[in-house]
Design a protein around this ligand. Structure first.
Ligand SMILES: Nc1ncnc2c1ncn2[C@@H]1O[C@H](COP(=O)(O)OP(=O)(O)O)[C@@H](O)[C@H]1O
Ligand SMILES: N[C@@H](CC(=O)OP(=O)(O)O)C(=O)O
Length: 595
């Protein structure tokens, strides 16, 4: 008998009528012959309401009590769903996370799953029940209630589907699938039939709230296909699986993170250990740093720019203020009125001029780009917040995301062309042995033979990035990493990009001519550089990867020239002479996490 996990988000159980509709859906699946496990979130905006209550009674609610409180939202909804099922004539038992054996670590409000004991759920299913499991919560070794972080019920659902060996994991929500961007922001967004884990992981962490990014991390690790569909219609939704919908289109989705703030630490001594000092001070405040750009130092000084969520600006500024003297930086600037627009696509890694196309679209829409970071499958640009909607629309249109790519495949077509996984046994063994959400790295590698070009004093105005990368593209040069950040001297920015060593000469020619046209301060080129990449799953949410990497490189006295991070890779550019040392010390430091 097949087993199906159906997750209902808060919007799908927001009132009694919706609760009864969700109950009917589960009963229908049971009547069709499936064993059914429901995972349910708190009703509507209940979690926000509980958070509001907590801050009304305490300025700094203790983390343990906060999780105790927030978990009650799901405890209410599972009981109501089970009652509705009973009233409709079927059998149901509701269970809290602790009751169904969801064991987590003890990091309140962002606990990670360690193990799930399925025996209770299985015996209840054997007795003919629909099991209604509370999403978003678990218990630690001391039986304290923990929560998995906002949006965490998706992760509960995918984890349960994995350990129960479910035939399907359905995410029932208020949209009928995953769209090329949030359809509430852009009505012309297109629903996709299929999206790859990697693309969804990036999109989710870049602001696509339809899925919790950690649920995708889990699904990829344990190969759980996810079906995102509407709780209000029977239409097929979107499958999140390994392959992408199209092999040719460079971009498959766009996302907006509206409330960002940019901070630049100026005049940081360009010696090993400085990035580590800055980011560990911020990490100690539990602030997740996002776009990180360290300009290639000149005169022994570098400027380090990064973004944080806007509500964390003040605590981050305080953390930096406290270490300014120790690190010898000369100043700090910030901008709280910025938003981040990003595009994601598996195929962009194989195509030229994808970034140039994005920058051109933004320039033509009159949107200035303050900062840029790229990785193998995403490009992010920091833009003024009041231009955020225009920016999203411009890139969506430029990559024709409203149109189905000619080579797009449906899930049925993809399935027909693939063979079943031969190594499923291996997945099952890992499920039993792993700490389920433990960090998994797939590789630590170096790419030698790279070169870098840096333009200093790049005016911070519309169209400059587009012009640089249009020209580079016209010269037929493939660009790998691009970073743009503030260079501090006069409010201008600095743009660095990496290319293959043999392209250094033509790239320098193009850069020198642009430098002259715009009266930029300087162009610098360097060969003999190496890209060091740490690859894995969910690397940004496992914040210790960045911390350990910086610590290791600092203690080996290896200077970091450029940094580019994504959910799938953390890349740093270093001097070639130290490439092997860097690889070896990181392999040793991460030995436990390397699969
Ligand atoms: N790329 C996207 N595709 C679909 N929906 C998206 C996307 N990005 C953001 N969203 C938003 O996610 C919402 C669904 O997530 P959420 O409100 O958390 O639902 P639930 O309550 O079911 O968990 C949609 O209403 C939509 O506005
Ligand atoms: N109720 C929790 C967990 C959750 O996943 O909710 P939803 O499925 O409505 O996003 C939250 O609001 O964060």
């Amino acid at each position: 008998m097949s087993l199906i996990v159906q997750k209902f988000g808060g919007t799908s159980v927001a009132d009694p009528e919706k609760i009864r509709a969700a109950a009917r859906r589960a009963i229908r699946a049971q009547n069709q012959g499936h064993r059914v496990v429901m995972v349910v979130s708190a009703m509507g905006k209940q979690t926000d309401e509980l958070l509001r209550l907590a801050t009304a009674v305490s300025e700094k609610p203790p983390a343990r009590e906060m999780d105790m409180l927030l978990s009650t939202g799901e405890q209410t909804s599972v009981a109501l769903v089970a009652m509705a099922i009973d009233d409709l004539g079927a059998k149901a038992v509701s269970l809290t996370g602790g009751q169904f054996g969801m064991k987590t670590d003890n990091s309140y409000s962002k606990a990670r799953i360690r193990s799930i004991d399925t025996s209770r759920i299985e015996s209840l299913l054997d007795e003919g029940n629909i099991v209604v499991a509370a999403g978003f919560q678990g218990i630690d070794d001391d039986l304290n209630i923990t929560t998995l972080g906002r949006g965490g019920s998706d992760t509960t659902a995918v984890a349960l589907a994995a350990v129960l060996g479910a035939d399907a994991c359905e995410i029932h929500t208020d949209v009928d699938g995953v769209y090329t961007t949030d359809p509430r922001l852009l009505p012309e967004a297109r629903r996709v039939d299929v999206i790859s884990y990697d693309e969804m992981l990036e999109l989710a962490s870049l602001g696509a709230g339809v899925m919790h990014s950690r649920s995708i991390e889990f699904a990829k690790k344990f190969r759980v296909p996810i079906h995102v569909r509407s709780s209000f219609s029977d239409r097929e939704g979107t499958m999140i699986v390994s392959p992408a919908e199209s092999e040719s289109s460079p971009v498959s989705g766009a996302a907006l993170t509206k409330d960002e703030a940019r901070i630049t630490v100026l005049g940081v001594p360009d010696v090993p250990g400085m990035s580590q000092a800055i980011f560990s001070a911020i990490a100690a405040q539990k602030v997740a740093v996002d776009m990180v750009v360290q300009n290639v130092g000149a005169q022994g000084k570098a400027d380090v720019s990064f973004t944080v969520p806007r509500q964390e600006l003040q605590v981050t500024l305080d953390a930096i203020e406290a270490i300014m003297e120790t690190i010898g930086a000369s100043g700090v600037t910030h901008d709280a009125e910025v938003a981040k627009v990003s595009v994601v696509g598996l195929a962009m890694a194989r195509q030229k001029s994808v970034a140039a196309r994005m920058f051109r679209a933004l320039a033509d829409a009159g949107v200035n780009i303050h900062m840029i970071t790229t990785s193998e499958i995403k490009i992010s640009a920091l833009v003024p917040r009041d231009h955020a909607a225009d920016a999203l629309r411009a890139v969506h249109e430029s990559f024709q995301l409203d149109q189905r790519p000619a080579d797009a495949k449906t899930w049925a077509e993809i399935q027909a062309g693939s063979s079943p996984h031969a190594d499923m046994d291996d997945v099952v063994t890992r499920l039993q042995n792993d700490a389920l959400e433990a960090l998994t790295l797939t590789d630590i590698a170096i790419l030698e033979g790279q070169a870098r070009v840096t333009l200093d004093g790049v005016p911070d105005r519309v169209g400059v990035a587009a012009e640089i990368f249009d020209e580079i593209g016209r010269a037929g040069i493939f660009v790998d990493l691009i970073v743009q950040g503030y260079d501090g001297q006069d409010g201008s920015t600095s743009v660095s990009f990496t290319i293959g060593q043999s392209d250094l000469e033509p790239a320098m020619k193009v850069a020198q001519s642009i430098c002259q046209t715009h009266a930029m301060r300087d162009v610098r080129g360097a060969d003999g550089i190496t890209k060091l990449s740490v690859s894995g799953i969910g690397l940004r949410s496992h914040t210790q990867v960045g911390t350990v990497l910086f610590e290791q490189l600092a203690s080996a006295k290896i200077n970091v020239e450029m940094i580019a991070t994504s959910e799938l890779q953390v890349n740093v550019v270093i001097d070639s002479a130290r490439g092997d040392d860097a690889k070896n010390c990181l392999r040793a430091a991460f030995a436990d996490a390397l699969s």
